[in-house]
Design a protein around this ligand. Structure first.
Ligand SMILES: Cc1cc2nc3c(=O)[nH]c(=O)nc-3n(C[C@H](O)[C@H](O)[C@H](O)COP(=O)(O)OP(=O)(O)OC[C@H]3O[C@@H](n4cnc5c(N)ncnc54)[C@H](O)[C@@H]3O)c2cc1C
Length: 438
């Protein structure tokens, strides 16, 4: 295998470099299982992350290890894959190599798959990031959990907690699936799990405000299901404020529709933009930074470079861009792998990539979900059951499926949360900050 040597020995198998070990990258590698190629998978972290359950880590229902698995272990049995933890910083399309941070020699490829996903976006207001942390990586999930739990610890230490509602007012920005799922999880946590844990502070006083500029929650669902989800959230005590964009986020809270909402707990559940793969390639992207790919997911003019998943702009049969969801990334990754396999083994080319939409799901609290698949629409417990089965099924490691299943069963029956650890110790001025107490 020639990681850094451009003068590859003859008769060595073609080298396929996959950047990103998320949904798209893993599926590409798997599709090349029986193909005579050498796969090199590079990721800046050593784990595959099941992002759909990240809000459950933030909400104290699951541990980080329940939804993240070492990429090495996931691909352990696939002998033609070499995995390396490395951050890619650029691509040279002409020399056919990728540059990796802290590594002098580039990594050469015969085929390249860029599956580097998306990253958080504050719509041009990066200064908001320090006041409103987002939820994208495992680290985000763990620190959000600490932030949420620490808010209640602080409230408990106040002589008169009611006088400082900003301590236990949560503002969630973004009413897409992540915002709604997080709001539901938080509402259940304060109304049930934490109910009896505090002596001075009643967690039931917690205000959860979900805001979005859009006119309805979960806009990727049909309006009637959005409406049902919104009613459910409100029943759970979530204040839903729609139709107003955030004007400001600062140390005191947010300004929305001209109104100041004082909150020390603003959580950013909105906006993503593509990874910088488009910049590395120097090719056309859309406003979100997604690479405009050809119908076979290759970069126009470069049939050996594929871009898949959240970082690619793929137009669906309705003429609209495909959504940034796991199914699109997985199907795109599988397609890229099969295309390479066909080329290497001399088969005729595959037809253009076609996305098969299996449907859309979102859960609101532990008993309720909405599901839309073709003409089928479901809301309530049955949809929640389907949601749970599908998410369990898509967890990569079999043993983790059992752990997650038992934790969910435990949480469901007892309404407790098994993962309520604040990892950092209390620092000076951190938890016991009574300087602003009235
Ligand atoms: C909180 C949250 C909840 C979600 N919920 C759902 C859901 O319920 N259902 C659904 O279908 N989708 C959901 N999604 C979206 C879904 O997770 C993504 O669409 C999917 O993961 C995209 O796959 P991908 O392969 O493009 O990118 P990812 O799965 O994000 O993988 C990208 C990989 O690239 C690596 N990487 C990035 N840059 C570099 C670099 N420079 N060098 C090396 N490695 C790099 C990253 O470490 C990562 O491992 C959710 C996303 C989030 C953030």
């Amino acid at each position: 295998m020639s990681l850094g040597n451009p003068y590859k020995a003859q008769n060595t198998p073609p080298q396929v470099v996959i950047v990103g070990g998320g949904c798209g990258g893993i599926e590409t590698a798997r599709a090349l299982r029986d193909t005579p190629v050498q796969v090199i998978l590079l990721d800046r972290v050593n784990h595959y992350l099941f992002q759909a359950l990240l809000y459950q880590v933030a909400g104290g229902m699951l541990d980080a290890g329940d939804i993240a698995f070492p990429i090495r272990e996931v691909l352990q049995k696939q002998k033609n894959v070499f995995v390396a933890q490395a951050e890619v910083t650029g691509v040279d399309k002409e020399k056919r190599c990728v540059y990796v941070s802290r590594r002098k020699h580039p990594v050469y490829y015969d085929y390249l798959i860029l599956a580097t996903g998306a990253q958080g976006s504050y719509f041009g207001h990066d200064e908001w990031a320090k006041f409103a942390p987002g939820l994208k990586t495992l680290r985000d999930g763990i620190s959000l959990r600490s932030k949420i739990l620490r808010a209640f610890e602080r409230a408990e230490l106040q002589e008169n907690p009611e006088s400082r509602p900003e301590l236990f007012t949560f503002v969630l920005v973004g009413a897409g699936p992540t915002g709604c799922e997080m709001a539901g999880a938080l509402a259940e946590m304060v109304r049930h799990t934490l109910k009896s844990d505090f002596r001075r502070f009643d967690p039931g006083l917690t205000r959860i405000i979900l805001v979005d500029a859009a006119p309805r929650v979960l806009p990727s669902f049909s309006p009637d299901l959005s409406e049902k989800a919104c009613i459910r959230l409100e029943k759970m005590g979530v204040e839903v404020r729609l139709g107003h964009a955030i004007e400001e986020i600062d140390a005191e809270g947010v300004i929305i529709g001209g109104e100041r909402i004082r909150s020390l707990n603003v959580l950013w559940m909105a906006g993503v933009k593509a990874s910088p793969a488009g910049q590395w390639l120097g090719v056309e992207t859309d406003r979100a930074g997604r690479v405009k790919v050809a119908p076979d997911l290759t970069v126009p003019g470069y049939p050996e470079i594929f871009v898949v998943g959240d970082t690619a702009l793929v137009i669906g049969k309705d003429g609209k861009p495909l959504p940034g969801v796991a199914q699109v990334a997985m199907q795109g990754g599988g397609y890229a792998g099969r295309t390479i396999s066909g080329r290497v083994t001399g088969q005729s080319p595959l037809p253009p990539f076609k996305y098969f939409d299996k449907g859309n799901l979102a859960t609101i609290g532990r008993n309720y979900a909405i599901l839309e698949s073709g003409k089928l629409k479901l809301a309530g417990f049955m949809a929640n059951l389907v949601w749970a089965l599908i998410h369990i099924y898509f967890l990569l490691q079999k043993e983790d499926r059992f752990v997650v299943f038992f934790k969910w069963a435990f949480n469901y029956i007892t309404q407790r949360r098994s993962s309520r650890i604040i990892e950092e110790p209390v620092m000076c001025g951190n938890t016991l900050d009574d300087t602003k107490e009235k």
